[in-house]
Design a binder for this molecule. Structure first.
Ligand SMILES: O=C(O)CCC(=O)C(=O)O
Length: 287
């Protein structure tokens, strides 16, 4: 630890970056103009969500569709996963095609302000809503952490349109402003807003915002990729340090490696045998 014993009187004194060999790396979000991030944060504060268009090119959407298609097999095991919805979990262990989504600078810039340093990737899934799917149960993504509302978000989500999102093909339905609600759930009088956006767009929302997948009454699939993030002191939904091989962990960007769990929430959370987890990726270690 890079601190002398006399100056430690509370755990708060151990809050900084104490690692000696593995200093915290800069976030890719720092490349985004702070005025742009200010505007995104104002939208998130007011409405709980923000929509960005044209973050992926048509070619990138085509590639993701192509990579994902062969894995689209069984549909969901319950109505929450969706009986007519196909999900592919742990995308990071299968392909590099979504790395640009996970560590998109616009997303990271907002996360850098919303969450604590060394926030984690909590999930990365492809979600393909098929024709005939019913609307998903409304929920908020940090609802499985048993901490009562109202409160600050513990997590945040992105949903990337790989196909166009329309009002009737299963576009995510949001309840604007619901991130501020206390205990109540959405009711019939609340505005339910389908996120209509062209392929290549992304909707970012805070973990306290009520939402759900929409009903698909068309004859075409709706493919999306969702990347979700959480505070560095929470357990992520997907255990990436177990599902991602060390070989892959070595090959991804610093941002992704940090978000997979090769990082510390000071002073100790995430340590391996009392040391920084990045030591596991040193060449001499087993894979
Ligand atoms: O697919 C969507 O549009 C939303 C899915 C969702 O919110 C979820 O499965 O948690």
């Amino acid at each position: 630890m890079n601190i002398d014993d006399e100056s430690v009187t509370t755990l708060e004194d151990l809050r900084g970056d104490l690692a000696q060999r593995y200093k915290r790396t800069a976030s890719g979000g720092s490349s985004v103009d702070s005025a742009i991030v200010d505007a995104d944060m104002a939208a998130l504060d007011g409405d709980g969500y923000v929509i960005w268009e044209d973050l992926l090119t048509p070619e990138q959407c085509r590639q993701i569709r192509e990579v994902v298609r062969p894995w689209l097999g069984h549909t969901g095991r319950n109505s929450f996963e969706g009986r007519r919805t196909q999900r592919i979990y742990s995308l990071l262990s299968r392909t590099r095609a979504c790395d640009g989504i996970v560590a998109n600078p616009r997303v990271l810039a907002v996360l850098d302000r919303l969450l604590m340093p060394n926030y984690l990737l909590s999930a990365l899934q492809a979600i393909n809503i098929q024709p005939g799917e019913a609307a998903q149960l409304a929920h908020h993504d940090d609802g499985f952490y048993p901490i009562p509302r109202p409160r600050e978000p513990l997590a945040a989500a992105t949903i990337w349109a790989i196909d166009d999102f329309t009002a009737d093909n299963g576009a995510t339905v949001l309840y604007p402003g619901s991130h501020r609600w206390g205990k109540r759930r959405p009711g019939l009088d609340d505005q339910a807003l389908p996120v209509v956006m062209p392929a290549g767009s992304c909707v970012f929302f805070v973990g306290t915002l009520w939402h759900g997948g929409g009903a698909n009454s068309t004859d075409r699939d709706r493919l999306a990729v969702t990347a979700q993030y959480c505070q560095p002191w929470l357990r992520p939904m997907e255990a990436f340090t177990l599902s991602i091989s060390r070989e892959i962990a070595r090959s991804v960007s610093d941002d992704i490696r940090r978000m997979l769990g090769y990082s510390i929430h000071p002073p100790f959370v995430g340590a391996v045998d009392g040391l920084h987890p990045l030591r596991l990726l040193e060449a001499a270690q087993d894979s």
